[in-house]
Write a protein that binds this ligand. Sequence first.
Ligand code: FA5
Length: 332
Amino acid sequence: MIDEIRRIQASSGSQIAQASTLDGLAEIERSLTGKGSELLGLKKGLGALSPDERRETGLVMNEASEAIKAAVAARRAELEAEAQLALAQAERLDLTEVRADRDAGHLHLVTQTIEELEDVFVGLGFHVAEGPEVEDDWHNFTALNFGQYHPARDMQDTFFVGLGGPRDVVMRTHTSPVQIRVMEGQQPPIYSVMPGRVYRNEATDATHLAVFHQLECLVIDRGITFAHLAGTIDRFTKAYFGPGWTSRLRPSYFPFTEPSAEFDIQRPDGTWLELGGCGMVHPNVLANCGIDPEEFSGFAFGFGLDRLASTRHGVTDLRELASTDIRFLEQF
Ligand code: FA5
């Protein structure tokens, strides 16, 4: 019997080594040590041996079982490592690799959109301005005619920064504070656009992000009317989306514009998308910035860039824009 056992052990090595898949290995393990295996059959015969023979044969039997178990475990580890390697090879992304047959990377869709819109507005005679993302209360709210306890402050859920007094410093909730910075820095005529990142303490979903982008437009000059506002919005809608797209204004409320409106754009299929807010700059805001409201008037609008870009490119969930998956990003 001992010879039999040794023969089985000796032949098991090559069988185990030949297993090329994890499933195949499990099959071989079953045939060597499972129910109906030769080894188990021999084990049943142990009881018929004399005590001395049984002890000796039992030892050899145990050795053989242990050796087979160890060989199977070693082969399993090898096969698992091979599978891991194959997966890693298949999903390999070498971000440092320069290959002529592969696009070397490009700007994110939102950045492309900002650059494209800047071009549109520069073509219409506008300047591009920027402001800080960490703002003080004056620029984000107070100078924009939000009274200290005005409920409109709650229209934009705010992240407060732990600097100064309890609510002195905020992550800007919109790009409108850049209007204030531009007007504080120069007298009219002002024709400026201000793209940038903004922050709101909101739950995210397919149409809302907590960190998103807006583009603000500000015009201050003599004799500026609501017709200039509507015309400018329609002009850029067509320049960005194409001639089949139109815009509409709906009455709304913002503390820093009077009258105020919300503007929507209409897709060629007839459906509407709410894009932003707008209105004639409130006289209090002009006065807060040292501009005489008797002499100058102006309009402002601000809209969501993430929604704009997603609409044009058929991205149905805004959260995808924050994705790091290169297969998503490569599409644009
Ligand atoms: C404002 O932020 C005003 N500052 C706009 C404005 C500027 C009015 C100048 C008048 C004059 P509102 O909170 O509605 O308004 O946001 C403007 C746009 O930003 C929205 O229409 C939408 O397109 C986008 N937006 C707002 N919240 C989110 C969000 N959580 N995720 C993605 N886009 C958003």
